[in-house]
Design a protein around this ligand. Structure first.
Ligand SMILES: [Zn+2]
Length: 197
C-alpha cells in the first residue's frame, strides 16, 4: 500500500500539527473527522475516503480500533507539543502512542516521479489500517526529536488555538494565518486606536 507525502500547503506546516489542528481539544476525534483529515492531507484519495466512511458500518471493529489509536495519538501529541511549546520535558507515556504506530507500520520510503518532480512516498509492507496514521506518527516523532529546537508555535490569537511550525526567516511568525488571525488582530488594533479619539 502506498501513500504520498502530503504536499499541500497547510496551516500547521507539519502533518502532525495539521492532525492536531483538525481535532478540537474539547471533544473526542470522530470517525468522520479522522477520514476528513486523511483526505485533506491527501493521505487517502476522496474515493478511498468514501470507502473508509462506510467501514464504521461494514467493519465496526476495525474502524473502532483505528479510531481509538488516532484518539490516543491526538491526546498524547497535544500534551507532548504543549511541552515542546513551553520548553518542558516530553514524558515517556506520551511517546508510547507514537511508537505504537511506528512499530506496526513497517515499510520503506521510495522516490516516485509525480507531477514532474521526484517525491518521497512511503511504501507500507502490510495492509492493515494503521498505516493511515503512519505519516502523522513519523511527523510527530521528527518534531519531538528536534527537542527545544522545534519551532512549534501556538497562534497568538487566544481564541484560535491552532499550532504551526515557524519556518519564517526571522522565526517570529505569530499567526496561524496572516489573512485570518493576523488581519483580525490588525482590524481590532485599528478600532481600538480610533475609539480613543
Ligand atoms: Zn490563528
Amino acid at each position: 500500500m502506498r501513500y504520498r507525502e502530503p504536499t499541500l500547503r497547510s496551516i500547521g506546516g507539519r502533518l502532525a500539527l495539521d492532525f492536531l489542528n483538525s481535532v478540537s481539544p474539547k471533544t473526542e476525534l470522530s470517525w468522520d473527522q479522522l477520514i476528513a483529515f486523511l483526505e485533506s492531507a491527501r493521505i487517502v484519495t476522496p474515493e478511498r475516503g468514501g470507502e473508509l466512511l462506510t467501514l464504521s458500518h461494514s467493519d465496526p471493529q476495525a474502524a473502532d480500533s483505528l479510531l481509538r489509536k488516532a484518539q490516543r495519538l491526538a491526546a498524547a501529541l497535544r500534551l507532548a507539543f504543549d511541552a515542546v511549546l513551553h520548553r518542558q520535558k516530553v514524558l515517556r507515556e506520551w511517546i508510547e502512542p507514537v511508537n505504537e504506530i511506528l512499530r506496526i507500520t513497517e515499510g520503506h520510503d521510495e522516490l516516485v516521479f509525480s507531477n514532474n518532480d521526484w517525491e518521497i512516498q512511503f511504501e507500507a509492507s502490510e495492509s492493515g489500517l494503521e498505516w493511515l496514521l503512519a505519516a502523522v506518527a513519523r511527523s510527530a516523532a521528527e518534531i519531538i526529536a528536534e527537542g527545544p529546537r522545534a519551532r512549534v508555535r501556538l497562534c497568538a490569537n487566544p481564541r484560535c488555538g491552532l499550532l504551526f511550525y515557524d519556518t519564517s526567516r526571522t522565526r517570529r511568525r505569530r499567526w496561524c494565518s496572516m489573512t485570518v488571525c493576523g488581519n483580525r488582530h490588525k482590524v481590532a488594533a485599528f478600532a481600538r486606536r480610533h475609539a480613543r479619539h
